[in-house]
Design a protein around this ligand. Structure first.
Ligand SMILES: [Zn+2]
Length: 260
């Protein structure tokens, strides 16, 4: 959690969190060079696991160039070239979060090239879907791109930030779906539980807490657990949603060590 303080690691451990999985994402501003990405990947794979270990919290990461910085094709391809050596690191679970932001042609090209990278290195894939008015179209585009490639095993792909109008599409296409929780904007814990009440839960669904540079809260997931209890979800169902499902997905990477 490169943009968070150690207080957050401590709070996560005290709330019962067993591991953190951090995707490579946008820094809140565009990075100016390939070297900047190189240092970011070192931070994710070398420094951050050590920082979390001080709190006895296993730290895993995903590596990629995010869709917000994929518009400059030459630059994005230079960054992609440095990714393979980081995929070999012992705490890296896969390629992510790749995906679309504004659904542009260049974003699609870089998405496809990073999917190819994941296939070449037999990696799990974590997908970011656009927000607000671009979400439905972007999610459909992503599902279409992935389904056109018979080499892709949908069970090894998680499509994140699903909402009411995209959750069914993702799960019924055979992919995993992630609901990303924020304290006030986008999907709050009560809205996530509304979605679960409407859609029902699935063996290929999980929730995750957004922990970025904006207003976000690492304890969103524990707060969602509280909300699930208030709405009378069984302890068994809650455990499946917040622990067993993510562990089953992540254990498809031999590097992920937690047991169900
Ligand atoms: Zn995202």
């Amino acid at each position: 959690m490169v943009s968070r303080t150690t207080d957050d690691y401590q709070a996560l451990v005290m709330a019962g969190c067993k591991a953190v999985c951090e995707p490579a994402f946008w820094a809140g501003f565009d990075r100016s060079s390939v070297a900047s990405f190189y240092d970011y990947y070192r931070q994710l794979t070398e420094y951050e696991p050590k920082r979390a270990a001080r709190f006895h919290l296993p730290h895993y990461s995903w590596i990629c160039i995010n869709p917000k910085e994929a518009e400059d094709l030459v630059f994005a391809r230079e960054v992609i070239q440095i990714i393979p050596k980081f995929l070999e690191k012992e705490t890296v679970l896969g390629v992510g979060e790749i995906g679309l932001n504004k659904n542009s042609k260049n974003e699609v090209a870089i998405l496809e090239e990073q999917v190819q990278l994941a296939l070449d290195h037999d990696q799990l894939i974590l997908i970011h879907t656009p927000h607000l008015e671009d979400k439905l179209k972007g999610t459909q585009l992503i599902v279409d791109i992935l389904q056109q490639d018979p080499r892709i095993n949908p069970n090894k792909v998680l499509i994140d930030h699903v909402e009411e109008h995209t959750i069914r599409k993702v799960i019924e296409a055979g992919f995993w779906a992630g609901i990303t929780l924020y304290p006030e904007s986008k999907c709050t814990p009560p809205r996530a539980v509304d979605m679960l009440e409407q859609y029902g839960s699935s063996n290929r669904l999980w929730m995750n807490s957004a922990c970025d540079w904006g207003v976000s809260d690492p304890l969103s997931l524990p707060k969602a657990i509280l909300e699930l209890r208030k709405r009378s979800f069984s302890e068994e169902e809650i455990d499946r949603l917040v622990y067993q499902n993510p562990v089953r997905f992540l254990k498809q990477s031999p590097k992920f060590k937690l047991d169900i």
